[in-house]
Design a protein around this ligand. Structure first.
Ligand code: GDP
Ligand code: MN
Length: 361
């Protein structure tokens, strides 16, 4: 799970990484009583899970006279179409230099890998593309509890010693928090020392319980409903609804939709052994996604019986057209039931997807 900046900064601070002084608010009215906690110039930062947030208008500068007005303005802005519910107001750092540091796992080597660039900031992606050697990296044994000093030196070149120390502290965060990614961009030097101006932390979902992290995803109403039924469901913004069984089959259905020039409106994996009732709930759920124009049901009967699938589709009674491909256990009976009700059926995944792209227009 990806934490928001303010949550990540709290965890970074626990490992001794310096972060700017700040307050987290949900309403502008909270500012006046807390004014004494932040002095001087400030940075106003939308706490939204959006990449390139600064460039998308999610990071604004203000001073004590304009802080309330600027914060109000940010609450009223959508950042890449995400509403701003929380804002972090921080004392502005007097930045001398911006570095980039990111720790993740090199899956091929089965080792942690640290990336570092001497020119961090909002343009890191472009920097990396333009200049091949702008980002250096080192990887080392996951059994080490510190980054070996000679590797830190190799990684950070002639950056100040405090930068190297901070990179090592970030590695502590990475290990202690079971992270898949721990990143500071920019990691900055100021006249008052080194600070993490921004913070990104993705915790492995498998260790959320151990980490005591409550899942606070901004789920849509339908995603919450899906959770109740135990579906793997993600809402997207295309026009073709997708219902499959097994993550692999469902994912390849999405890929094929892209391939034929369509866009999926969801990913829904009903799971194994779905009976008619589960299928009915799945179809109804997907039909409720606002942008959906047609639904593809692509199910392989194994433990799941295709006649049950057919009954579920029929029972859903949705008005969105449903195009079906079922194969495997009891497929013939399922197809017979659906044919009786006039459902469109095709024999391969390729055909159903092509058809759906056509119907969706
Ligand atoms: P992001 O766009 O989500 O990565 O947001 P960041 O928190 O990284 O902020 C974007 C940019 O705003 C940074 O690269 C800095 O250049 C600038 N910025 C952020 N905080 C401060 C600050 O305290 N002082 C100054 N001078 N600039 C800041
Ligand atoms: Mn950043």
């Amino acid at each position: 799970m990806k934490l928001l900046e303010y949550e990540a900064k709290q965890l970074f601070a626990q490992e001794g990484i310096r972060v700017p002084k700040g307050i987290l608010i949900e309403k502008c009215e909270e500012i006046p009583p807390r004014r004494n906690e932040i002095s001087g110039k400030v940075v106003i930062k939308a706490q939204v899970d959006v990449g390139g947030r600064g460039k998308a208008g999610g990071v604004l500068m203000a001073d004590q006279d304009t802080v309330i007005e600027t914060t109000r303005q940010l609450f009223n802005t959508r950042i890449k179409d995400i509403a701003v519910q929380r804002i972090l107001i921080e004392e502005r750092l007097d930045i001398q230099h911006e570095y980039f540091v990111s720790i993740t796992i090199d899956r091929t080597k089965k080792q942690p890998v640290i990336l570092f660039a001497e020119t961090g900031g909002v343009d890191i992606e472009e920097t990396a593309q333009k200049k091949k050697d702008a980002i250096r990296s080192v990887s080392f044994s996951p059994l080490l509890s510190d980054v070996p000093p000679f590797l830190l030196r190799e990684l950070c070149g002639d950056a100040p010693a405090d930068i190297l120390k901070t990179v090592n502290k970030l590695y502590h965060v990475f290990c202690h928090k079971d992270a898949l990614l721990a990143e500071i961009n920019p990691l900055v030097t100021t006249p008052n020392g080194v600070y993490a101006a921004d913070a990104k932390l993705i915790v492995d979902d498998n260790s959320l319980a151990r980490q005591g992290i409550a899942i606070n995803l901004d789920l849509t109403e339908r995603e919450r409903e899906a959770e109740k039924h135990g579906f793997s469901f993600v809402e997207l913004d295309g026009t073709i609804g997708v219902i499959g069984n097994g993550a692999g089959l469902t994912m390849s259905t999405l890929d094929l939709i892209e391939y034929y020039g369509g866009k999926a409106s969801d990913f829904l994996d009903v799971g194994g052994g779905a009976d008619s009732e589960r299928v009915m709930h799945a179809v109804r759920l997907v039909s409720g996604v606002p942008s959906v124009r047609v639904i593809v049901v692509n199910l392989l009967g194994g433990i799941t019986r295709c006649d049950e699938v057919a009954k579920g589709i029929i029972a859903s009674g949705v008005s969105v057209p449903v195009i079906v491909r079922i194969a495997g256990t009891n497929a013939e009976e399922g197809q017979r039931l659906l044919a009786e009700k006039g459902y469109e059926m095709l024999d391969t995944m390729d055909h159903v997807v092509k058809k759906a792209v056509e119907v969706a227009g």
